[in-house]
Design a protein. Structure first.
Length: 430
């Protein structure tokens, strides 16, 4: 009996490794390419500039990321309930190489941890396109390269932030859930609980996304036993998460409620920018296509003054056309594949963020940093759009040409904007 249990455990562990990491020679090749490309970028920034981590700058050095605050404390507990534990490990790991110093080596390790997470996220996207949607390699690679050049992936590849690891955990869970739903298997309670801790622990609003796939398990609303089992799995996940969180805040839950209200008021204040432009330029566009930048004067609480970089809204009609076409492709795919439960899982997840940022307006003025929570939905929905027209060569050619044109413009724009970013670093962060 114990021998059988050992074999089952070994098989499950092997399946886990194959799911999380590259499992074919081609996937290893892609992983190496992404590690190298992002690694060159991150290494250059880490060794030559102090923007990734400067002990004097707690937040907002670039695009409102909170690098130092996240690395040192995990960020505010009201938004990142369990991230302090995760970033304690990241920080101590970096200290191993830097000898306990917060120097260029420390920044380099932080950058490479982010690089590793983002590169693995891209492999998960490729696995989904190939193994779930079953797209040809050529189409999968074009979509993957398109996604790899998104603003979110470029910035998070060297940024030690919760969004970096949330992107990986969300993409991984969506791929894992898709495998289970396609086989008409239920998602185990342990997987739901671990996903709740990892995803919800880094950003609390994302925990609801872990429970979305359970709604699409086979006969979940037709069989009371299956429905009850799903409820129990959710309750177990919530209880584990809540207990860990209460332990972190020493069971002072009223402090959490007060802080949450303060955070909502702080980050939901109306800005002068029109609502539609914040949604177009920052929520949808800013996570994909860089806009122009503006520099602001900031200082920490101890009187250290520094320059901070933020994104402006788009000033040309071309980026708006780009964003419009991208949104059109995503929602065209949604309506075309409306009865597909895997598509519904992805889009409901996206709608969660649309409600939080675009309707409730939480953090909408800096929503270009939230891409790790939802931007992975875009390439996957485009993948499902290709799938829906797999027997229509004319539409396939049109879609392929459209994505290639978007890819070409995205590459030119984002490479150009990254040059501007380096000019900013040269001037203020050597």
């Amino acid at each position: 009996m114990s021998k059988f249990s050992t074999l089952v455990f070994k098989q499950k562990f092997t399946d886990f490794i194959k799911t999380v990491f590259p499992s074919t020679k081609f996937e290893f090749l892609l992983f190496a390419i992404f590690l190298t490309a992002y690694g060159i970028l991150g290494t250059t920034i880490a060794l030559n500039y102090r923007i990734i981590f400067d002990d004097r700058i707690p937040w907002d050095a670039y695009f409102s990321f909170d690098n130092r605050a996240i690395v040192m404390t995990g960020g505010g507990f009201e938004r990142h309930p369990l991230s302090n534990y995760f970033f304690n490990w990241i920080r101590e790991f970096a200290y191993l190489f830097s000898g306990g110093k917060k120097d260029d080596t420390f920044r380099l390790v932080l950058a490479w941890c982010s690089n590793f997470a983002v590169s693995l996220s891209l492999i998960q996207i490729y696995k989904y396109l190939k193994n779930i949607i079953d797209l040809p390699t050529k189409i999968s690679l074009v979509i993957l390269l398109f996604f790899a050049l998104f603003t979110t992936n470029i910035l998070l590849s060297f940024t030690p932030e919760t969004y970096t690891y949330t992107l990986f955990f969300l993409v991984l869970f969506n791929y894992y859930a898709a495998l289970k739903l396609r086989k008409e298997e239920k998602i185990p309670a342990v997987a739901v609980a671990l996903a709740g801790i990892s995803v919800g622990g880094l950003t609390i609003t994302n925990i609801v996304k872990i429970y979305i796939p359970l709604l699409f398990e086979k006969n979940i609303f037709k069989n009371w036993k299956k429905f009850g089992n799903a409820v129990i799995r959710v309750l177990i996940s919530v209880c584990v998460f809540v207990l860990l969180f209460l332990y972190r805040i020493d069971f002072k839950y009223l402090n959490f409620l007060n802080k949450s209200e303060q955070q909502y008021e702080k980050f939901s204040t109306a800005k002068k920018t029109p609502l539609w432009d914040m949604i177009a330029s920052w929520f949808f566009g800013g996570n994909v296509l860089f806009s122009s930048f503006e520099i602001r004067d900031y200082h920490n609480t101890k009187g250290f003054y520094y320059k901070a970089l933020f994104m402006e809204v788009y000033h040309s009609w071309i980026p708006y056309i780009f964003v419009s076409v991208l949104i059109l492709l995503v929602f065209w795919s949604y309506f075309k594949n409306f009865k597909n439960k895997l598509v519904q899982v992805l889009m409901i997840s996206l709608f969660v963020d649309i409600i939080i940022h675009c309707i409730l307006k939480f953090g909408l003025h800096t929503s270009y940093i939230y891409g790790g929570h939802f931007v992975f939905v875009f390439p996957l929905m485009i993948g499902w759009l290709f799938y829906s027209y797999k027997n229509n060569p004319k539409i396939l050619s049109l879609l392929f040409s459209t994505v290639v044109i978007l890819l070409f413009y995205l590459a030119l724009n984002n490479i150009f904007r990254m040059q501007e970013f380096f000019l900013f670093l040269e001037k203020y962060y050597i």
